[in-house]
Ligand binder design. Structure first.
Ligand SMILES: Cc1cc2nc3c(=O)[nH]c(=O)nc-3n(C[C@H](O)[C@H](O)[C@H](O)COP(=O)(O)OP(=O)(O)OC[C@H]3O[C@@H](n4cnc5c(N)ncnc54)[C@H](O)[C@@H]3O)c2cc1C
Length: 395
């Protein structure tokens, strides 16, 4: 059982307070994602925008009870973002800052690039994007077709291709784009791109869930990339593209998993608060839901500790993500079941939770892809007692 120490309990308390302030806006942002601009001053968005920045670039960390928090460890993130997702996943994902792009820049950027990128995030709440998925290459991202080629008679490089389902890209000012620089796994690279660059365009992609995140489809039509916008040039080829995104995803995966826990908890609490007169069998079902949530929460925390220890090994995080995606989907649907056939019409917050839960399945790799990750971990590490494959939480 992983209990939170005093420091993490304080962080959790702060996150819960901010998440509660987001909740009243959940349905309005779901109806019109543009309305995020009206609530961007809430600390759950504006303060979070200046976190997840490495200490050496962040003079303004979160201070709670005299302690500093940078949200740079996976464990801090899972504690913090469970509360955010409980508040509202759509709004949480609409937060400015560099939750994904920042990890890539931290892994791949030179000192000058990090100073520039994180400096931009600290100037004012700034949205960023992390553009990896392509229209025909979601799970199969290593076979991406977006290309970064040298322009004729010039030092500059040209970016051509298309990306899809990219969170916040509709409102972002800058971000990271992954592209092919040559054949094979080493021929993958990442570049910094400003939205204002000629040849860059983005269209919203309508979604059923997490509508606040405003996913976008990006077209890259000869976008010029200066040599100092290419990430990882100072690193050996083995440490660029593929290495960076596997590490980024390993570090992020527990944070996505914790979103599933937060959404499930919100649905579970909704039943407790709004469904009176539970019969014995229903009380048992509700208790069982609560127990499942706690079991998956424990797995998520364990996975966060594991990737903090070794960011190169994400198989426990894969197990946590898979379990949490299933948890969110099943608990939200079961919660609706407590309110009878008209539940989706009569309980809009719960109906929204059931739609948002589906996003957890797709973000950062589907359950089938996580299964491949778990299998890889088992092959490498064997069946460790209490390890990844046994800590499934009965989901
Ligand atoms: C809310 C949200 C936010 C997102 N944010 C971003 C973002 O910021 N940046 C970004 O780049 N992308 C983002 N994505 C995209 C996300 O990463 C992709 O949706 C995901 O990788 C799956 O790709 P796909 O949708 O093309 O599905 P596909 O890859 O086409 O998968 C469809 C189905 O086929 C299965 N499948 C695919 N390959 C295999 C296989 N080898 N073995 C077994 N089954 C397989 C999958 O499990 C799935 O069930 C986001 C998605 C969502 C929903």
């Amino acid at each position: 059982m992983i209990e939170l120490d005093e420091r993490l309990t304080r962080l959790q308390g702060q996150a819960r307070e901010w998440a509660a302030e987001m909740r009243p806006h959940a349905l309005a942002v779901d109806e019109d994602p543009e309305r995020v601009s009206e609530i961007v001053d809430l600390p759950g968005l504006s303060r979070v925008a200046a976190l997840q920045i490495p200490p050496e670039y962040n003079p303004d960390p979160l201070l709670v009870g005299g302690e500093k928090y940078y949200l740079m460890s996976a464990l801090e993130r899972v504690v913090f973002f469970e509360e955010g997702a409980w508040g509202d996943l759509g709004i949480m994902l609409a937060s400015p800052g560099g939750p994904m792009s920042g990890i890539a820049v931290d892994a791949l950027g030179s000192d000058a690039q990090k100073e520039w990128f994180f400096g931009r995030l600290l100037e004012r709440p700034t949205w960023t994007f992390f553009a990896l998925t392509e229209p025909e290459r979601g799970s199969d991202a290593t076979n991406m077709t977006t290309r970064l080629d040298r322009a004729e008679n010039s030092e500059a490089l040209l970016l051509n291709g298309a990306k899809r389902y990219v969170g916040n890209s509709v409102r972002a000012e800058l971000g990271v784009v992954f592209a092919r620089t040559g054949p094979g796994p080493l021929g993958l690279g990442a570049v910094l791109v400003e939205r204002s660059a000629p040849g860059f365009s983005v269209e919203p992609v309508p979604t059923l869930g997490v509508r606040g995140a405003q996913l976008g489809a990006i077209t890259l039509d000869g976008v010029r990339v200066a040599p100092d916008e290419v990430l990882g040039s100072h690193l050996p080829p083995t440490r660029r593209g593929m290495w960076a995104w596997l590490r980024t995803f390993n570090l992020l995966r527990p944070a996505v998993a914790t979103m599933g826990v937060g959404v499930a908890r919100a649905a579970y609490e909704y039943v407790g608060e709004h469904r009176g007169g539970l019969r014995a069998g229903e009380r048992w079902r509700l208790e069982r839901m609560g127990e499942r949530i706690e079991t998956v929460r424990q797995l998520v925390r364990k996975a966060a500790i594991a990737v903090d220890h070794n960011p190169a090994d994400g198989h426990l995080a894969s197990a946590a993500k898979r379990s949490a995606a299933r948890l969110a989907e099943e608990v939200t649907l079961e919660a609706l079941d407590f309110f009878g056939p008209g539940a989706r019409l009569d309980h809009p917050p719960l109906e929204k939770l059931a739609r948002d839960a589906r996003a957890v399945e797709y973000m950062e790799g589907t359950s089938n892809i996580q299964r491949l990750g778990i299998f890889g971990g088992v092959v490498r590490n064997g069946f460790a007692p209490g390890g990844a494959v046994s800590g499934d939480g009965g989901t």
